[in-house]
Design a binder for this molecule. Structure first.
Ligand code: GTP
Ligand code: MG
Length: 459
């Protein structure tokens, strides 16, 4: 499927660099370029080569010295003829070059249109197209690695092998239906069970990986919690190495959730500072406390701060007790203000708890790197092995797989309850179609527009 029109856009940021790349794709990309690009070495624009020369306007006046890269269809990103122009990064130069193309039946590319053409020309499937967007948006090395795995086609391969298995079973079932009069067993019950159960287990493990996938993209949420004034905001600033949050001796300073993303040992982490948890009649503070408590339920890791210099009280114990039972696996107790004289009762109480704990001084920045190491050890323990696993990061793919899971489970149930093969074969066809939605063999304009309109311009 080759588009009729030719499109152009910058594919690198326009400001801030010394060089900018423009991409032209479509049937007139080479013709228009030949009209304006003058080079000694240019004979007949061979594909897979680059040429140095001058870009001139309609009056033969030099616009810029450029390098152009020639990609002939289908050996290009979009699968069409593509020219990439590396020119100096100056807005007047860029405007002039783009206008020359626009005057020659070319138009500005829509966001994601190059990748959409790559998809429509079968250069990549929909999972890979979505991986391109993920890759650009990746905020940590781990996320880049996973996006590259998806772009390389690891998930697509798995989906296609799942589909092949279902097609194989489906065709045997259809055959069995054709010969139903002759009492032949073409597919054994055991084989059907095996294939369905292994398919369901693959789908389940992909769905299970989605939580890790969300963490890869959004960051692992680490909540700094505790009663007011224990030094939560001081720790946040100290971990971020900047004066991000207001710190004061007044209890109840932080009223809302404040988050910042940082990368710790290649992993994206979202640090969240919260309002000190206590009973309060102040309406705004109380809302902050409700929000903090809600996050206690969902955060991947909680740094529970206790002031080592004062006696542990009911406010500390309320939070501690609520977390020790439910979330001890995702809890680190951070004893703060170690620069001051320790309270014996607090020390004694904490020493009896069998939970990871560390003493720090957020104010004096003592033991902060040890705390960081402890955090990294904790988050790495739960992290999936990216070289082995395929991690689902995309909500659309997740939704389709959830639908597929239901279809496969229903199908297995129908089989167990000895429903007729004709019903089972219909459900199998539905399962195969659903799988095709993931890789985009079956898609609608609405789905495609929705996906590609979220891309940045020039991709
Ligand atoms: N001596 C000492 N003081 C600290 C330390 N960490 C924080 N403080 C002080 O404790 C007070 C409260 O600090 P914050 O970081 O605002 O405490 P918070 O837990 O965010 O308080 P709320 O936002 O009110 O819940 C401030 O006066 C800090 O300077 C520390 O390690 N040692
Ligand atoms: Mg605070």
């Amino acid at each position: 499927m080759f588009s009729e029109d030719t499109i152009i856009s910058t594919i690198t940021p326009v400001r801030g660099g010394s060089v900018c790349l423009l991409r032209v794709s479509g049937k007139d990309a080479i013709n228009i370029t030949c009209k304006y690009f003058k080079s000694n070495s240019l004979s007949n624009m061979e594909g897979g080569r680059f040429y140095f020369g001058k870009f001139v306007d309609d009056k033969n006046e030099v616009v810029d010295e450029v390098i152009i890269y020639v990609f002939k269809k289908p050996k290009s990103y979009t699968g069409e003829d593509v020219i990439e122009i590396s020119c100096h990064s100056n807005i007047f130069i860029l405007e002039e070059i783009i206008n020359l193309y626009l005057n020659n039946n070319c138009r500005i590319a829509e966001p994601g249109e190059f990748t959409k053409r790559a998809f429509l020309n079968n250069k990549i499937d929909l999972v890979q197209a979505e991986a391109v967007a993920d890759l650009i948006a990746s905020k940590s090395k781990a996320s880049v690695k996973n996006s590259l795995n998806l772009l390389e086609g690891k998930l697509s391969k798995l989906i296609n092998s799942l589909k092949k298995n279902l097609i194989d079973v489906g065709s045997l079932l259809e055959l069995e239906l054709d010969f139903s009069e002759e009492d032949l067993e073409i597919i054994s019950r055991d084989k059907f069970f095996d294939i369905m159960e292994s398919s369901i287990s693959i789908v389940n493990s992909l769905l299970d990986s989605y939580d890790s996938g969300r963490e890869l993209q959004k960051g692992i949420e680490i909540l700094i919690a505790g009663k007011p004034n224990v030094g939560k905001s001081s720790l946040m600033n100290s971990l971020l190495q900047k004066d991000r949050v207001i710190v004061s001796h007044i209890a109840g300073t932080t009223r809302d959730l404040i988050h910042e993303d940082i990368v710790m040992d290649d992993t994206l982490v979202r640090l969240i500072d919260t309002a000190g948890i206590r009973f309060t009649s102040d309406e705004i503070e109380a809302e902050g406390v409700t929000r903090a408590k809600k996050f206690l339920e969902t955060a991947s890791l909680i740094l529970l701060m206790i002031d080592l210099s004062s006696e542990i009280d009911n406010d500390d114990l309320d939070i501690l007790n609520s977390l020790v039972h439910k979330k001890s696996n995702s809890l680190i107790i951070v004893g703060n203000k170690s620069d001051k004289e320790a309270n014996i009762k607090t020390e004694e109480y904490l020493s009896k708890l069998e939970i990871d704990k560390i003493k720090i001084s957020a104010k004096e920045e003592t033991n902060i790197s040890e705390l960081k190491r402890l955090i990294i050890r904790r988050i790495k323990r739960n992290e999936k092995d990216l070289s082995e696993d395929i991690i689902l990061t995309n909500k659309r793919q997740y939704d389709v797989l959830n639908r597929l899971k239901k279809i496969l489970n229903d199908n297995l149930k129908s089989f167990k309850s000895n429903q007729g093969f004709e019903f089972i074969a219909v459900d199998l066809r539905l399962a195969i179609e659903t799988l095709s939605e993931i890789t985009g063999e079956i898609s609608t304009d609405d789905i495609l527009n929705n996906i590609f309109s979220n891309f940045c311009i020039g991709k």
